[in-house]
Design a protein around this ligand. Structure first.
Ligand code: HEM
Length: 449
């Protein structure tokens, strides 16, 4: 691939890796500049190559790429950006907080969060699904796990997170960077944003300690968490750093998945009907985590949304010694890039890959699928710790919305943008109507209670 095209493909987070895959193959080595500016890169896009990068259980493939280094410097050390050795005890300590059973305790407020969004919808009105889903996830995250009304304080969460993380990624992808000591306006803004986030999490922790009656299961779990091997607890600083990454990871990613799933159902009424039927078969009360086993098709819709629109379309690692990737020798000092979006849309692996088809994820097909061809939550030791929580949240919210409303998408395309994770690149307009129940048309749209 000529240099200019290569550079453009690297910068384009969405289809860029697909073009590199098509030009190179399952393991594509390339450079975008001299070694002293940017390390050589290897893009892995086949299930085998991705497994060889992600399944490594030691520090030979580590999160020491410049993007994680920049992230640590701006928002602090957390589970997502720590290098392997300090990461191990942190993961051991936090893993029990996110088991399926524990996250079910966090998921209880989802139906109320969906209801409060639905309360604002007028029959026949046009809404921006992205704005609505963002409000919903912020509400659920705040009330159900942090004990704070985050929606009221959105300007202290969403915007600072974007500013801080966009700064980290901009520095990491720029071949020439200003020295760290130089007080550039972008750096000042990023530091201010990070300070705002730290102030907010310190307040969450303080209030939670001061008021034992406050419902904040995630914060309480972090306070109580103990390393099963050493018995060590997290310091207040570590708890705050983790709360920041959970707010980040639990907001944009989940909101975008829900938006994409709703937009897709709004374009495919036949699938929307199937979700509506499934949820209509449940008793007439707010949905709870116990309803998930009866929402099999709704889960399939969420999985298909995550296939076509993985909020983390790529991931990076550093080869800290020579490693083998799908039979190729990758030298130490190479940046490894995992093409999640490329493998999840590969025509060699998926029939008609760009078509939205939740039946790809029927229980039998999902069971038979290669574990490394579908990895919206990553894989190996550093896979997403919040996967159960995210699936629970999106499935319940989707079911709750479709139970009450009919969604008709007005746009044929779903524009994408990258703000560290992949998000909607503009408003996603849809017309919403109450789902007609025999005998009555509720107004405003509301969930049956
Ligand atoms: C749809 C929603 C989500 C998606 C698609 C997603 C995706 C991912 C992916 C792909 C990774 C692995 C990154 C890598 O290999 O470099 C990851 C890691 C992580 N995610 Fe998520 N995530 C989601 C929701 C959440 C939620 C709700 C939380 C927490 C409340 C969370 C917390 C984390 C953390 C802490 C890590 C780092 C884990 C480690 O390195 O030990 N994520 N996520």
């Amino acid at each position: 691939m000529p240099f200019r095209q290569r550079l453009a493909a690297v910068k384009e987070f969405s289809t860029g890796t697909e073009r590199l895959r098509d030009a190179g193959g399952p393991v594509t080595a390339f450079t975008v500049g001299p070694r002293w500016l940017m390390p050589p890169m290897v893009l892995a896009t086949s299930p085998e190559a991705i497994r060889d990068v992600l399944a490594v259980k030691d520090a030979s493939v580590d999160k020491t790429t410049i993007v994680f280094d920049e992230m640590r410097r701006i928002i602090g050390s957390n589970l997502a950006d720590l290098p392997f050795e300090p990461w191990k005890p942190r993961r051991r300590t936090l893993q029990p907080v996110f088991t399926k059973q524990r996250v079910n305790e966090f998921g209880g407020h989802m139906a109320q969060a969906a209801q409060s969004v639905l309360d604002g919808w007028r029959p026949g009105s046009v809404v921006d699904l992205d704005t609505e889903c963002r409000a919903l996830t912020l509400r659920a995250l705040g009330r159900s796990v942090l004990g704070l009304d985050l929606e009221q304080r959105a300007d202290e969460v969403a915007e600072p997170l974007r500013i801080a993380l966009s700064y980290a990624i901009a520095r990491a992808t720029r071949p020439v960077r200003a020295p760290r000591w130089l007080p550039t306006p972008a750096r000042r803004r990023a530091r201010e944003a990070s300070a705002k986030l730290h102030r907010l999490t310190e307040e969450i922790l303080r209030d939670c300690r001061a008021d034992p009656a406050r419902v904040a299961p995630l914060v309480r779990s972090l306070i109580a968490a103990q390393d099963p091997e050493t018995g060590a607890r997290l310091t207040d600083r570590e708890i705050c750093d983790e709360l920041i990454i959970f707010m980040f990871a639990g907001h944009d990613t989940t909101a975008t998945t829900l938006t994409y799933a709703l937009w897709s159902l709004g374009r495919h009424p036949q699938y929307q009907e199937r979700v509506a039927k499934e949820v209509a078969a449940l008793p007439d009360r707010p949905l709870t985590p116990d309803d998930i086993p009866a929402l099999g098709f709704t889960v399939q819709v969420v999985r298909e949304a995550l296939r076509l629109c993985p909020p983390a379309p790529t991931g990076t690692r550093m080869a800290t010694r020579d490693v083998e990737v799908a039979g190729y020798l990758v030298p130490e000092g190479t940046m490894l890039v995992v093409g999640r979006m490329a493998v999840q849309r590969d025509p060699a692996l998926w029939e008609d890959p760009l078509r939205f088809d939740p039946d790809r994820f029927s229980p039998e097909k999902f069971k038979a699928m290669n574990r490394w061809q579908y990895l919206p939550f990553g894989g190996g030791p550093r896979s997403c710790i919040g996967d159960h929580f995210a699936m629970l949240e999106v499935t319940l919210a989707l079911a709750a919305i479709i139970r009450a409303a009919e969604v008709q998408s007005l746009a044929e395309e779903f524009p994408l943008a990258l703000h560290f994770t992949m998000i909607a690149g503009g408003p996603i307009r849809a017309r919403v109507r109450p789902r007609s129940a025999p005998g009555s048309v509720p107004e405003p749209i509301s969930l049956p209670h």
